[in-house]
Write a protein that binds this ligand. Sequence first.
Ligand SMILES: N[C@@H](CCC(=O)N[C@@H](CS)C(=O)NCC(=O)O)C(=O)O
Length: 226
Amino acid sequence: MCSFLWSLSEPLHHLHHKMGPYTITYFGVRGRCGAMRIMLADQGQEWKEILMDFADWTKGDLKASCVFGQLPKFEDGGLVLFQSNAILRHLGRNHDAYGKDGKEAARIDMMCDGVEDLRLKYGKMIYQEYDTGKDQYIKDLPNHLDKFEAVMAKNKTGFLVGDKPSFADYSLFEVLLNHLVLCSSCLDTSPSLKSFVEKMSARPKIKAFLGSDAYKKLPINGNGKQ
Ligand SMILES: N[C@@H](CCC(=O)N[C@@H](CS)C(=O)NCC(=O)O)C(=O)O
């Protein structure tokens, strides 16, 4: 197990410490924490990381204390949360990234669930059928990405819903980064998604985070496939 505090390289007193203290407990991968880490970095929020190695995890003490027996675990002061999308929603509420009203919030939820469907398909391919299913997965990909392209193109602001990033945008952005590693040309026929990824990558705090050792040293997935 190792722990560290993520903050931008600026002196700490220049940061707005808005919420928290936040702690993420997870394995040493991007996995189901990629989106929340990018979101926290972009929001200028510090957080502490506790990275579990699998040997400690299989001893069982932490696992037994987790509501669903799985990580990530997220702590916001005394609030303890599990389920990565519930954590994203909580951060959406805390950091004003959940739409301007109930209707926008409902559409943001819908898009987050759509990203979750893609994340599950991607995870199944990576963990269960990488050798046999990767080529077919890449062939089918335009069919899945088209749906996000249509929403992004229709909204015209560069975000899925409203005119600033919501937690669903961070989740989509992170899943698209992973897909670009899988297939570097996968956004060539999705101009709105391509421009979305370019603009999100260029946001200064995201750029600093994606360029950091803390981010780069973590593999995307637990089995080393990508
Ligand atoms: N739906 C959960 C899935 C959590 C999950 O699958 N966690 C995996 C790692 S990504 C885990 O804890 N595996 C170890 C285990 O099940 O013992 C979420 O989104 O947080």
